[in-house]
Structure formats: C-alpha cells, structure tokens
Design a binder for this molecule. Structure first.
Ligand code: AMP
Length: 347
C-alpha cells in the first residue's frame, strides 16, 4: 500500500449500491470517483456527491493497465460490491493493482459453491444439505447458478424429472450450457432474513448495521394469485431480486445473530486470511422452530443496505449519527489512515 494515505479517493462501479457508498465516502470527507458505463452517465450526473465520473464502455475496462494506473496514481481505494464481483472473476480481482477495501481473497469463497459451503460449515452455521447429483434429489430442492446472480435462473426441483425440465428451460434461454454449471441445495422452508454485519479489522468488533428481506419476482408475487388459478397456470417460482424490504427481528433472536456473525469471522480468519473484514451478510431463513438456517453469505456490502442511507434501527444503537454501511466503510478507512494502519483494511 506504499504511497497511499493522503488525498485518498474512494471509487466504485456505477451500480448495485454505488450511490450509498459514495454518499458515505463524501460524508466522511473523501474525494469520490465513479466508474460508470456510458448508458448510466445521465443517472449518476444527478448526484453532487460524486466528484468524478470515469466513463467506460464496460466495467471490464477496470482490468486495463491504463485504467488501473490512473486509479493508483490518484490514490484510489475501490469498494467491491455485487456488480464488481459479478463482472470480474476471482482471479481478475486477486490480480488488481488498485487497493481493494476488505479481503479480496474471500471473493473466491463467495463465488465457488463448494468453498462457500465449506466456510459456512466451518463457522458452525446450520446449512441446508448440498445435493451431489440429480439422482439424489428426494425432497424439495433449490437449483442455483454459480456466482452472484441475484437469484436469477434459480428453480425448484423435487425429483430427477423436475430437475431435467428446469435444466432444459435454462439451456433454451441460454442461461447455461450444461447442467454441470448448477448447484443443488436442500430447500429450507421458513421466512427469509438477511443479516448485514460489519467487522472492523481495527477494533476487531462485530457490528450489526441492518436487517432486510429481499423482494423477489415472482416468488413474492405468487401469493397474489388465488390457489385455483395457481394450479391451473402451473406457475413455477423464480427468485429474481427486484428490491429489499426493511426488517427488525424479535430482540430475543439477537444473541444468536451476533454469535453467528462472530463464528463466521473466526472461521474466515483461519481459512482465508486476513479474514472477513468490512461488510458482509449472512443470509437464510428462520424456520417454524425459530432456528436460523443459513443458505448463503455475501463477503462484501449487499444491496439490502441501500435501505438505510440514514442509518437503521440497529446502526442507531451503536452510532449517535446517521451511519449507512457505505459511510461505515469510509469511516473505517478514515480511522485506519489516522492510525497509519491502512494495510489492515485493504488488500
Ligand atoms: P441467493 O442469491 O442464493 O441468496 O438466493 C436467492 C433467493 O433464493 C433467496 O433470497 C431465497 O428466496 C432463495 N433461496 C436460496 N437458497 C435457498 C434455500 N436453500 N432454501 C430456500 N430458499 C432459498
């Protein structure tokens, strides 16, 4: 991280949660830079807290040496989010010369379903069973694509035939080339909950900054169609995220929430140094017994944090000022600068 420290710019890609991230960076006194695809320039020009818009034809231009040199020269730190890891492969992220906030080595563990399951199990989280092959599907299962697809293309299967039918549709829509690209997981029944954490690499403390649930099309719309019509239509649910809904939990559930967050950061510290630093999200359902079953994690800021640009019912218990996740990231960078400890928060 040589050279970094003065006149820092905070940058991100124009999508996902970039508005919240750059607003938070500006509130903490940083220069802000947005890498923006041509088609979205008009949108982002509306926001005065963005100091510079760096127009690209495609986000993959971030990989060009000239682009990276320019960002390194202007003392830029990049904040990874869902679009960042969807556009760049784990190898490409690991090879970036621009400093990345948090642990860039952990994105491989988010993208690869087997590694993901390994980390969740090492953390002692209750996870749905992975199903090795379509011949082993005996109960309700959810079939997923790899990577941060935002639920797109997921389908339900309950036996080999329903799996084959789903695969045929995905191949027809060119979403996959073969069924080997899919991952099968036991379906966890309950109500979905997304826990938004921040782990400070400086104070070594975990903070719960918000909770949300996703609004998914059309699984969240199917209930609007009466049962008779549902049966007639034979409609299959899809899990395409279109937005997020705020949520608070029963207070009696919070001890377990913090314990899950802590167990996750401990497991990450031993499996993927320097561990799970910065924002992350544990994603799952509460079942009818009130047990939490974790089906996913995101090892970076999630878009559900966009609900709380002015802070959440949880962040206000920690901070006496509005604290979004984007601002919390910038605050961590600021504290790290003051303590001459940027190497703890960047990779
Ligand atoms: P993901 O992108 O993996 O977070 O999943 C997208 C959506 O699929 C989630 O918000 C859930 O609605 C659903 N989902 C994913 N995994 C499971 C599971 N094992 N059981 C039940 N629902 C799931």
């Amino acid at each position: 991280m040589a050279g970094i420290g003065r006149d820092l710019s905070i940058a991100t890609l124009g999508s996902h949660c970039s508005l919240q991230v750059l607003k938070g960076a500006k509130d903490e006194g940083f220069k802000t830079l947005l890498l923006c695809e041509k088609k979205r320039v008009e949108l982002y020009k509306r926001f005065k807290f963005i100091d510079e818009i760096f127009v690209v034809n495609s986000f993959s231009e971030l990989l060009d040496n000239s682009c990276q040199e320019r960002l390194v020269q202007s003392n830029t730190i990049i904040i990874p989010h869902g679009t960042f890891i969807a556009y760049l492969s784990s190898e490409q992220i690991e090879q970036l010369s621009i400093p990345v906030f948090g642990n860039k080595w952990i994105f491989r563990w988010e993208a690869d379903r087997e590694l993901k399951q390994k980390l969740m199990e090492a953390a002692g989280l209750v996870v749905p069973r992975s199903i090795g092959s379509k011949n082993e599907i005996h109960g309700l299962s959810i079939v997923k694509l790899h990577g941060a697809a935002g639920g797109r293309g997921y389908f339900l299967a309950w036996d080999k035939k329903s799996f084959d039918d789903g695969v045929e549709k995905l191949i027809k829509h060119k979403a996959i080339k073969s069924e080997n690209e899919l991952y099968i997981q036991e379906y966890a029944s309950g109500v979905p909950v997304y826990l938004q954490f921040f782990f400070s690499a400086i104070s070594k403390e975990i903070e719960l900054l918000g909770i949300d649930r996703r609004y998914e099309s059309d699984v969240d719309g199917i209930g609007r169609i009466p049962a008779r019509e549902q049966l007639a239509l034979q409609q299959e649910p899809s899990y395409n995220v279109v937005g997020n809904i705020p949520l608070v939990l029963r207070e009696s559930l919070l001890p377990e929430v913090f314990s899950m967050g802590e167990k996750f950061t401990k497991a990450a510290a031993s499996l993927v140094p320097p561990g799970m630093t910065g924002p992350f999200c544990i994603e799952g359902v509460y079942d009818s017994q009130g047990s939490f079953i974790t089906f996913e994690f995101s090892a970076r800021i999630v878009a559900g944090t966009n609900l709380y640009p002015e802070g959440s019912p949880y962040s206000c218990l920690i901070f006496d000022e509005p604290m979004s996740m984007g601002r919390r990231i910038a605050r961590e960078i600021k504290i790290a600068c003051e303590q001459n400890a940027l190497d703890k928060v960047l990779t």
